[in-house]
Design a protein around this ligand. Structure first.
Ligand code: TPP
Ligand code: DXP
Ligand code: MG
Length: 646
């Protein structure tokens, strides 16, 4: 009997790279797709990761690699979370069970990993811009550094990702330039959550308006609407085009693309015919609208509310996912509960998410206050300015965006929120290292990019009780923008006092009194600072430990007092260089504290991008664990003390 964890894949076993697909018949390509699906399920059951999106593009992956000449032809997967089948076909099958683990394959596309990944991704909606850039480089005769040549450029973008402004900026430019470019719109009527917005409804109408056309009429329509050279090909492909309605004055046509679709994205014959036709004949930008199903072919994924978007390791037969035992509520759920409490008291409070209602916890808020919660789609820039507008109108928006995705909205934060001193509250989830999603998703920069903005208040929660209090603090802060950051995962298990009053803006706290050495932490590394202090105590060193709470405004009194009364001051934060520690250094320098022999150091994330690994492996690499804090203190105290322990 076939082991579902290791399915039999006789044909796939013969495919070492996409060139091997060229020797197969169309019927064999269908079989390769079936085997590829089984192999993808098997691999993700072992590693966990993004499953549903990949299962939905199995046929598309095989067809694209069979028809185009990758890596010379450049295939760019938007987000890259659907690229596991692509990795299996492009020489990475032997490492597919290392996905998202330290030193293993990335869960997204990555240039350094393979020439078949011509453009790295993980944030959405970049593929059309990147593909267009490559196409123009090709047109200008450039030589790409990987020496693979430059042929056709193909972007595969989902219906969720095409809601972001960048996709339209790219299409606007592509339509204007008119160069040969392929965009496959992978429409599975899903984002992470069900997609929202007028564009999503439009795509559904396009699909619903012409699902099953008469074969002859469709082929005739194709012949008329595609650019001249494409007509011949469309005629020849007519047998495969029975669901195809090519172009009907769609938005894409208006933008200068030839719209081809909808195509059944699981029908290999249809896909192969359409791709062969456009490859043979297209002269300008073409958009192929493929209808697929997220999670296709794996019942537990198809049945899941998120269509198996992301999963822990699971049992292939039952679909049961390995659940980690949880000792404390997640930071996300504490944020959501605290926000609901605040919103019960203040009718002006509303909440905004950019396509992450579950990830940010706002689905809970939405259940309670459906008319006060807005999912704006993958549109972080809009989410920020929309929040600014809500605030200008007298509401009190909580704009809940992961740290890494908030990077998209930086000008909006500066120009629309900060300069106008609007009371937008930023709930910054996934601050710091996030583990398996790696460098693209690490929330490393928010303190650095917010704490330099005049008038901004920036807080970092040390634990879940502090987070609840920071939500209350933000809710009470009416005079300008305020942000609070908190990490992915569970809290530390402290009791939450839901009735605690707001914090005093710009005031930190001493958590442990000591002398000689002061550890000043911002955020959740406080527990590591406390562990380090315990361990140092065994050596006769009794550090003071303080929680800064605020990166802006700094608690000047606390910091200057620590600096004046201790010989060593060490700041600790889970953020990039240029954040809290830099602001403290600036203050100490401005106040002349360095002139009197203070030893000051900052522990931050290193000035490198840390690759995917488990969170603990990442912390070790970042040297932000208790032992690293202890080592740094001992180093500053000198070898004499180092010897004391023995
Ligand atoms: C800028 C940005 N915002 C949010 C996300 C989180 N995210 C990852 S995949 C995804 C849904 C994408 O939907 P779609 O493009 O339709 O792809 P599907 O998963 O349906 O295949 C979201 C919101 C992201 N990666 N990048
Ligand atoms: C691909 C992507 O961007 C999201 O699916 C992301 O992986 C979600 O991360 P969380 O699991 O932290 O919500
Ligand atoms: Mg989708």
């Amino acid at each position: 009997m076939t082991d579902p964890a290791r399915p039999r894949t006789p044909l796939l076993d013969r495919v070492r790279d996409p060139r091997d697909l060229k020797a197969l018949t169309d019927a064999q390509l269908r079989q390769v797709a079936d085997e590829l699906r089984a192999e993808t399920i098997s691999a993700v059951s072992v590693t966990g990761g993004h499953l549903g999106a990949g299962l939905g593009v199995v046929e598309l992956t095989v067809a694209l690699h069979a028809v185009f000449d990758t890596p010379r032809d450049r295939l760019i997967w938007d987000v890259g979370h659907q690229a596991y089948p692509h990795k299996i076909l492009t020489g990475r099958r032997d490492r597919i069970r290392t996905l998202r683990q330290k030193d293993g394959l990335s869960g997204f596309t990555k240039r350094s990993e393979s020439p078949y990944d011509p453009f790295g991704a993980a944030h959405s909606s970049t593929s059309i811009s990147a593909a267009l850039g490559l196409a123009v480089a090709r047109d200008l005769g450039a030589e790409p550094p990987d020496n693979c040549g430059l042929g056709d450029c193909i972007a595969v973008i989902g219906d969720g990702s095409i809601s972001a402004g960048m996709a339209y900026e790219a299409m606007n430019n592509a339509g204007h330039l008119g160069t040969r470019l392929f965009v496959i719109l992978n429409d599975n009527e899903m984002s992470i959550a069900p997609p929202v917005g007028a564009m999503s409804a439009y795509l559904t109408r396009l699909y619903a308006g012409a699902p099953f056309q008469d074969l002859r009429a469709a082929a005739k329509a194709a012949a008329h609407l595609l650019p001249e050279p494409l007509r011949e090909g469309a005629k020849r492909a007519k047998d495969a085009l029975k669901h195809l309605a090519v172009g009907h004055g769609t938005l894409f046509d208006e933008l200068g693309f030839s719209y081809v679709g909808p195509v059944d994205g699981h029908d290999m014959d249809q896909l192969l015919s359409v791709l062969r036709t456009v490859k043979a004949r297209a002269t300008g930008p073409v958009l192929i609208h493929a209808i697929t199903r997220k999670g296709k072919g794996y019942a537990p994924a198809e049945a899941a509310a998120d269509r198996g978007h992301a999963t822990a390791k699971f049992d292939v037969i039952t679909g049961a996912q390995a659940k980690a035992a949880s000792n404390a509520p997640s930071y996300t759920s504490v944020f959501a509960d605290a926000l609901i409490r605040a919103a019960q008291k203040d009718r002006r409070i509303v909440a905004v998410t950019a396509a992450m209602p579950d990830g940010t916890g706002l689905s809970k808020f939405m259940d309670r206050f459906s008319d006060r919660c807005f999912d704006v789609g993958i549109a972080e820039q809009h989410a920020v300015t929309f929040s600014a507008g809500l605030a200008a109108g007298g509401l009190r928006p909580f704009c809940a965006i992961y740290s890494t995705f908030l990077q998209r909205g930086y000008d909006q934060i500066v120009h629309d929120v900060a300069i106008q001193r609007l009371p937008v509250r930023f709930a910054i989830d996934r601050a710091g290292l996030v583990g398996a999603d790696g460098a693209t998703h690490a929330g490393s920069f928010d303190v650095a990019f917010l704490a330099n903005l005049p008038g901004f208040v920036v807080m970092a929660a040390a634990d879940e009780a502090e987070l609840a209090r920071m939500v209350t603090t933000a809710a009470a802060h009416d005079t300008g923008p305020i942000a609070f950051r908190f990490p992915r995962g569970e809290g530390v298990g402290v009791e939450i006092d839901w009735t605690a009053p707001p914090l005093e803006i710009g005031k930190g706290r001493i958590v442990r009194e000591g002398s000689g050495v002061a550890l000043l932490s911002l955020g959740t590394r406080l527990s590591e600072a406390l562990k380090a202090a315990e361990s140092l105590e065994a050596r006769g060193i009794r550090p003071t430990v303080a929680d800064a709470r605020f990166a802006k405004p700094l608690d000047r009194d606390l910091i200057l007092s620590l600096a004046r009364t201790h010989d060593i001051l060490l700041t600790i934060e889970e953020g990039a260089v240029g954040g809290f520690g830099s602001h403290v250094a600036q203050l100490l320098s401005d106040e002349g504290l360095f002139d009197h022999g203070l030893k000051f150091r900052s522990l931050t994330l290193p000035d490198t991008f840390i690759d995917h690994a488990s969170p603990s492996e990442m912390y070790a690499e970042a040297r932000l664990n208790a032992e690293d804090i202890e080592r740094k203190v001992l180093e500053l105290l000198g070898a004499k003390v180092l010897g004391k322990r023995a």
